[in-house]
Design a binder for this molecule. Structure first.
Ligand code: NAD
Length: 501
């Protein structure tokens, strides 16, 4: 795959002069994809969007031609050239052997920010939370989504959770910049740093550092479990939420559902070199080709694209016409309700109704105002705070063993015999719980043992010390399956303690 390092965001997001048409790549997708894309493009054209559209093929037909990634070289070239993709949903064929195209697109294009507004349109779309208006900014590349998984013993598999300082800085700054540019007042961070003190702890710390640079925006932090509960119960209390990949994946679906409008929800996937805009719903194959699908999620994604491309006036015109259509009770079947709706519209008729209302403002719902919003130009923002690397010192090693015994004291004795004078055994844990020395007989143990060897204070360890220890452990008939070096950074331990240590 060619890289995108040569692409420039300035070109990508530069506001266009009224006569310049910006080329964007469009993927019509599968199932209801083609009909909602046609409806969306018709509205964009009628609204005078300064765009040209370059179609590419993605998804099912490509998968079925034997391309396991669901995308071909010509499509990559188009996306790389235009740097903006408007994508309809695709159908992922059942069965293993097919890679998630969305994950491939996000990671290959470096689309680190997943921005999902979840808005209630009461009283015109049913919701228990009429005041809800939340934007979730989800980190899109890191965390448990690195796909780095291993089976290490007969009983144990692991997935590596990676959180980086530059990745955290980027997404958190993106959230604050988004808030500032869109007149939002508060950014809430959600983490689980009471348990994951290093990974989620870093994200939270970076959040506090960056929040201090935005005194005009309020900030707070919630543990993800109570945060998700509050989001489901009192979403009105939130404005912008920034969080890690897995939590963001889960809470953005909760938010869309609670808003009462999964079929209406848009999303933007933003990177430094490219951006992708799509509805959050799937390809709904069971209703494909019947002219009943709701094009709103894709249309509102296209509105986000127009803002991103520096065409806020067109974005505003389209969005306000759409709001007017919704409040006039012209609804597709998925949100139709005899008490609220006036017209049950097909996909094409709904698009036509929006076109007829271009230039009109909503009467009850709050009109949107994008004209003063600048496009989010990431290159303007200092994404990585320059900082001197910390002083890193090797102080020990965790050696992971595949051991079929059951008594931790027996393993402790074997390891004390294998330990070296420079790296004595300090603890053994099983699934993170200390079982030696002085473990509890009640603790359940698997065949996966983490054995910590720590150097006496002030001793300067080297890699040779670790290798000598591993050689000795191996020589004592024990099977090492992996190691993690223990470091301090500026004297602070870069590793967690064992539970009960
Ligand atoms: P889905 O979102 O396609 O459908 C869920 C329900 O919502 C169905 O009842 C469907 O009819 C309805 N629905 C969805 N969008 C609608 C719309 N615009 N108008 C009216 N009704 C709508 O989810 P699913 O059934 O789990 O997935 C179907 C396929 O879509 C699968 O192959 C899945 O892998 C794929 N998918 C793709 C994407 C994507 O491309 N971004 C996202 C999710 C699912």
């Amino acid at each position: 795959m060619p890289t995108l390092a040569d692409a420039s965001v300035a070109e990508l997001a530069a506001p266009s002069s009224p006569k310049t048409r910006i080329p964007v790549t469009v993927a019509y997708g599968d199932g209801i994809g083609p009909e909602i894309m046609q409806a969306t493009l018709r509205i964009l054209e009628s609204a005078g969007a300064h765009l040209t559209y370059e179609p590419i093929e993605l998804g099912q037909s490509v998968y079925l031609r034997g391309m396991s990634a669901g995308i071909e070289e010509a499509a990559w070239e188009s996306i790389r050239r235009n740097r903006v993709l408007l994508k309809a949903p695709i159908t992922t064929p059942q069965g293993s052997g097919y890679k998630s195209l969305n994950v491939t697109l996000r990671k290959s294009l470096g689309l680190y920010a997943n921005v999902r507004p979840a808005v209630a349109y009461a009283p015109f779309v049913r919701t228990r939370h009429p005041q809800m208006d939340v934007v979730i900014v989800r980190e899109n590349e890191e965390d448990l989504y690195g796909g780095i998984e291993h089976q290490q013993t007969d009983q144990v598999v692991q997935c590596l959770k990676l959180v980086t300082r530059p990745g955290s800085e980027r997404i958190i700054r993106h959230a604050f910049e988004y808030a500032r540019r869109n007149g939002r007042r508060k950014v809430t961070c959600m983490t689980k740093d009471n348990i994951m003190k290093k990974t989620d702890g870093l994200f939270h710390r970076v959040f506090q550092e960056i929040a201090a640079e935005y005194p005009d925006i309020a900030s707070d932090n919630l543990i993800i479990d109570i945060g998700a509960a509050r989001l489901a119960d009192t979403p009105e209390m939130f404005d912008v939420i920034v969080t890690l990949n897995l939590y963001g994946d889960i809470i953005s679906d909760i938010a869309a559902q609670v808003a009462g409008s999964v079929g209406l929800a848009p999303s933007a996937n933003i990177g430094r070199h490219a951006a992708m805009f799509e509805a959050i719903h799937g390809s709904a194959p069971q209703i494909a080709g019947q002219n009943i699908a709701n094009p709103s999620g894709l249309l509102l994604s296209a509105v986000m694209m127009l803002v991103h491309l520096g065409q806020p006036e067109v974005a505003e015109t389209v969005h306000n016409a759409w709001l007017r259509t919704i409040e006039e009770g012209i609804h597709t079947a998925d949100i139709y309700s005899p008490e609220i709706s006036r017209v049950r519209a097909g996909t094409r008729e709904f698009a036509q109704a929006v076109i007829e209302r271009l230039g009109q403002q909503p009467r009850t719902l709050r009109a949107v105002e994008y004209s003063s919003a600048l496009p989010q130009q990431d290159e303007e923002v200092e994404y990585e705070t320059p900082r001197a690397p910390a002083l890193k010192q090797l102080v020990g090693v965790d050696v992971f063993l595949d051991w079929r015994g059951t008594d931790p004291d027996v393993l402790g004795e074997k390891l004390r015999a294998a330990a070296t004078s420079r790296l004595p055994l300090s603890m053994i844990t099983n699934r993170g719980v200390k079982v030696w020395p002085n473990g509890l007989p009640e603790t359940f143990c698997t065949d996966h043992w983490r054995c910590r060897f720590q150097a006496p204070a002030d001793l300067k360890l080297t890699t040779e010390d670790v290798l000598a220890l591993l050689s000795s452990v191996h020589g004592h008939g024990l099977e090492c399956i992996k190691t993690e070096n223990l470091y301090t950074f500026n004297g602070e331990p870069g590793f967690s303690l064992g539970q009960g240590q």
